[in-house]
Unconditional design. Structure first.
Length: 90
């Protein structure tokens, strides 16, 4: 079977901690990377959650809504206090 090379630069502290964990399962970094790649290839998704906490997600959603309204309205701008009242912030 043909193979391809994968290289990545990793913070040495993170690498050391991860390798210690891998070794506790009797595997090396290359095996852990192959497992990760195989799972992504098999499922079509990353096998763990990547994201922001719900408070940050809510803040981002409010910002996107406010910007969409701003663009749709054609207004130049409005005071931030108005947005705070509308979305019950603070």
């Amino acid at each position: 079977m043909a193979t391809a090379l994968v290289q990545a630069r990793i913070d040495p502290v993170i690498k050391e901690k991860a390798e210690a964990y891998f070794h506790s399962f009797g595997m090396d970094s290359a095996t852990a990377i192959r497992i990760f790649f195989a799972k992504v290839s098999e499922t079509g998704c990353i096998p763990f959650t990547i994201g922001v906490d719900s408070e940050d997600a809510y803040d981002a959603m409010i910002g996107e809504q406010a910007y969409a309204e701003y663009v749709a309205s054609g207004k130049q701008s409005r005071p931030i206090s108005e947005l705070y009242k509308k979305y019950n912030i603070l």
